[in-house]
Design a protein around this ligand. Structure first.
Ligand code: BES
Ligand code: MN
Ligand code: ZN
Length: 518
């Protein structure tokens, strides 16, 4: 799957020897090195590049390059240089104070972003040598090398399988081939193997989000999720008949206007103590959200192929957790439906009975995600008695109004779980912001005709949606992540150029690593 970037690790001596070979005809070499604020390099890099130091000094002065992190300069065809392209990337702290009495800056630590930046500079099809030797004070640990490679793999991901012309070109260019020179290449293998699984997991989630709904129907999504069996994940797929027997009328009501069948997928990884209650991840998987009878406006409706980003994140997280054989019990549940208008479609005013027994008045058929999650949550609470539940859903446009694309919205009935998620997220750069909940908001979804209604009016739309979900989790510690802003339509970044970001995969993986293993 990781065809766009190949990394190989070698000791500095071997890299130095490689650089003494002349470049192969038609394959210009790229050399990448890292410099601090004073343009200083690590010892080995400085010695390998000592002949090019004057070029660097001159080019840096001309380009006003000061080694700030996030900036770089490229020098082409420098006489006597060991590569046609020399790229110097800054790793000086961006906010580093200068001058006397200034606080010493914290060492550079964002190797994930740096790896993405480097892959972006090197470009597809290029051959590169990266001298992974950082200026004094910045440790180049195995973990930092692994994060660097992870950033590069994710940067190199492209969803271009439907571009017949571009695709041929890319295939001709081939993957970026990178030799990374490190102090101790032997130890890197283990860290790399783990991180390559994480890269595959994020890429799987991105691809699921990017796929159009004529390809990725609920049954097709279920088929792709079932492939996790190869890692020892137990997979159960409930079709409409099985769900009807369980009384999942809330979920089934959403899918009943679609030609494609609805599915509930249950993924179980049992790497922890036998009988220990699992942590559960539940994902909204609306493969396309037309709004149903309460149909959406045409503008940007195509984006609603990404309304399964929660289910994609859960699938990716299960991939990561199972592939690295995490010592934890984890259940992933995907509620897969398509929301379409049709003669059979559900209408505003309909009243449905959920699996929990609670009845729901449908006010707006476009508030469908919570209906899907209601039954998925009840299912996981009843069948798996989890120690905690985290659901991920592109649930409300209102969360975009509140938080934009910077933070995912966090709602929880449990401070500890909310805190753990916030910490795991800030650690890996998928940030969460907690919003309030309370009885006054809960009242807003009481219905005249049923136990509740599926919308709470114009105010506090993301919060009333969270309250709707909370009515289906009982006393189980639970957190809801509204990822309508972060899960799709992502702005490009150092580590992601794709519309579907795979947001949440690294977050859930980190949460399990930090709090639910061992
Ligand atoms: N899938 C949408 C939410 C969404 C909006 C996701 C924009 C990504 C980008 C959800 O099903 C929806 O339609 N929500 C409605 C709820 C309303 C009818 C109460 C909304 O946000 O407008
Ligand atoms: Mn909707
Ligand atoms: Zn939706």
């Amino acid at each position: 799957m990781l065809v766009n970037a190949k990394y190989e690790f070698q000791p500095f001596d071997a890299a130095e020897a490689l650089l003494r070979h002349p470049e192969e005809e038609g394959h210009p070499r790229t050399l990448v090195a890292f410099v601090g604020r004073d343009l200083a390099m690590g010892e080995r890099a400085a010695s390998i590049l000592k002949d090019t130091a004057p070029h660097l000094a001159r080019a840096a002065a001309a380009a006003k390059f000061k080694g700030k992190s996030g900036t770089s300069i490229e020098i082409l065809a420098a006489p006597g240089a060991p590569a046609s392209r020399l790229i110097f990337m800054g790793v000086g702290k961006a906010d580093e104070a200068e001058g006397e009495g200034a606080e010493p800056a914290k060492p550079f630590d964002d190797f994930f972003a740096l790896g993405g930046q480097a892959a972006g500079k090197i470009g597809p099809g290029a051959r590169a040598v990266i001298l992974f030797d950082l200026p004094a004070g910045t440790p180049a640990t195995q973990d930092s090398v692994a994060q660097f490679a992870l950033g590069g793999w994710l940067r190199a991901y492209k969803f271009d399988q439907y571009k017949t012309k571009k695709k041929d070109e890319a295939d001709r260019e081939g993957p970026m081939e990178v030799v990374v020179a490190v102090a101790e290449p032997d130890g890197v293998g283990g860290a790399m193997a783990e991180v390559s699984h994480l890269a595959e997991a994020v890429i799987l989630a991105r691809t699921l989000v990017n796929e159009p709904a004529n390809v990725l129907t609920p049954p097709e999504f279920a088929r792709r999720a079932s492939e996790l069996m190869k890692f020892g994940v137990e997979v159960e797929v409930l079709d409409e008949k099985a769900m009807a027997e369980l009384g999942m009328r809330a979920l089934l009501g959403v899918g009943q206007g679609s030609e494609a069948g609805s599915r509930l997928v249950v993924l179980r990884w049992s790497g922890g103590a036998e009988g220990a209650a699992p942590i559960a991840f539940v994902g909204k998987g609306v493969v396309f959200d037309s709004g149903g009878i309460s149909i959406k406006p045409a503008a940007s409706m195509e984006d609603m192929k990404g309304d399964m980003a929660g289910a994609a994140a859960v699938t990716g997280a299960m991939y990561a957790i199972a592939a690295r054989k995490a010592k934890a019990n984890v259940v992933g549940v995907l509620g897969l439906v398509e929301n379409m208008p049709d003669g059979k479609a559900q209408r505003p005013g309909d009243i449905v009975k959920s699996m929990s027994g609670q009845t729901i008045e449908i006010i707006n058929t476009d508030a469908e995600g919570r209906l899907v999650l209601a039954d998925a949550l009840t299912y996981v609470v009843e069948k798996h008695k989890p120690a905690a539940i985290v659901d991920l859903a592109t649930l409300t446009g209102a969360i975009l109004v509140a938080l934009g694309q910077e933070y995912g919205g966090l709602f929880s009935n449990n401070d500890e779980l909310a805190d753990r998620l916030t910490k795991a997220g800030s650690h890996i750069g998928e940030k969460l912001w907690r919003l309030p909940m309370g009885p006054a908001y809960d009242k807003m979804i009481d219905s005249k005709f049923a136990d509740m209604k599926n919308t709470g009016g114009r105010h506090a739309g993301s919060i009333t949606a969270a309250h709707f979900l909370q009515r289906f989790v009982g006393k189980t510690p639970w957190a809801h992540l509204d990822i309508a802003g972060t899960g799709m339509g992502s702005p490009t970044s150092d580590t992601n150029q794709s519309w579907g970001a795979g947001w949440g995969v690294r977050l859930l993986d980190q949460l399990v690593r930090d709090y639910y293993e061992g």
